[in-house]
Ligand binder design. Structure first.
Ligand SMILES: [Zn+2]
Length: 242
């Protein structure tokens, strides 16, 4: 049976309680995890899946929507625990996930460093170190915009650049569900764009939302915020044209 399962992974980071929502696509052939958490998150995510009756020891693929450390930080752990699993990303994210090029987030942080007040430099250096500590992993399958995969009876890749240039979302056709990654977030029950500070190209991020308006979307799942319960079309319209 085809299933889209939303995990709820709650943790404390710098003493602040936070939740991320990785998604599992389950069908007869595949058990696919969409984004895999911060460094050291493998046990937490496995536990969250087990709580829903899913054994992620049977994972077949991990899709990385983009190479931010909260989405791919644990990727090397997954690959070493389950060497058979295939890593999937867009073509333009592949070079950062596999370490051929320096992380765009690290480039951004380094470029801003000199502009920071002295009091913020130590924290910035810690952030740089964290990003440098992420272990790269080779990508096995590169997917393109509008590519249709058999997952869950038909899942379309939608290129949604903005937050990062190679960011992808996934559209599960049967249930009209959008897995938005960080193309969208939910804050105070409102759908919105990810924090502009971390969105590398805001104009492009809005263009991506305009593109999403061409899909019939009844359910949106955000990595930060979980399942959106409001009116999808109206909310997307507002973000795209406000
Ligand atoms: Zn991100």
């Amino acid at each position: 049976m085809n299933q889209v399962i939303v995990l709820e992974v709650t943790f404390a980071f710098n003493n602040v309680v936070n939740t991320i929502y990785p998604v599992i696509l389950k069908d007869q052939q595949e058990l696919i995890l969409i984004d895999c958490g911060y460094p050291h998150f493998l046990p937490l995510i496995k536990g969250a899946a087990e709580a829903k009756g899913i054994d992620l020891g049977k994972v077949t693929k991990i899709v990385i929507t983009h190479h931010d450390f909260d989405h791919m930080g644990a990727l090397a752990e997954w690959k070493s625990a389950y060497p058979h699993l295939e890593i999937v990303s867009s073509e333009s994210e592949e070079k950062y996930i596999s370490g051929k090029e320096k992380s765009l987030r690290l480039q951004q942080a380094e470029a801003l460093y000199d502009l920071l007040p002295e009091s913020e430099k130590a924290a910035a250096e810690n952030f740089h170190e964290l990003l440098r500590s992420i272990t790269p992993v080779a990508v096995d399958l590169r997917v393109k915009d509008h590519e249709l995969l058999p997952w869950c009876g038909g899942t379309e890749i939608i290129a949604t650049p903005g937050h990062m240039p190679g960011h992808i979302s996934l559209y599960v056709k049967a249930s009209k569900t959008l897995l938005a990654g960080d193309a969208l977030v939910i804050e105070n029950d409102q759908l919105g764009l990810a924090n502009p500070q971390y969105t590398l190209d805001l104009a492009e991020a809005k263009n991506s939302i305009r593109k999403l308006l061409t899909y019939e979307i009844e359910k949106i799942i955000c990595y930060h915020g979980g399942i959106f319960t409001g009116n999808c079309q109206a909310s997307l319209q507002k973000i795209a044209y406000d």
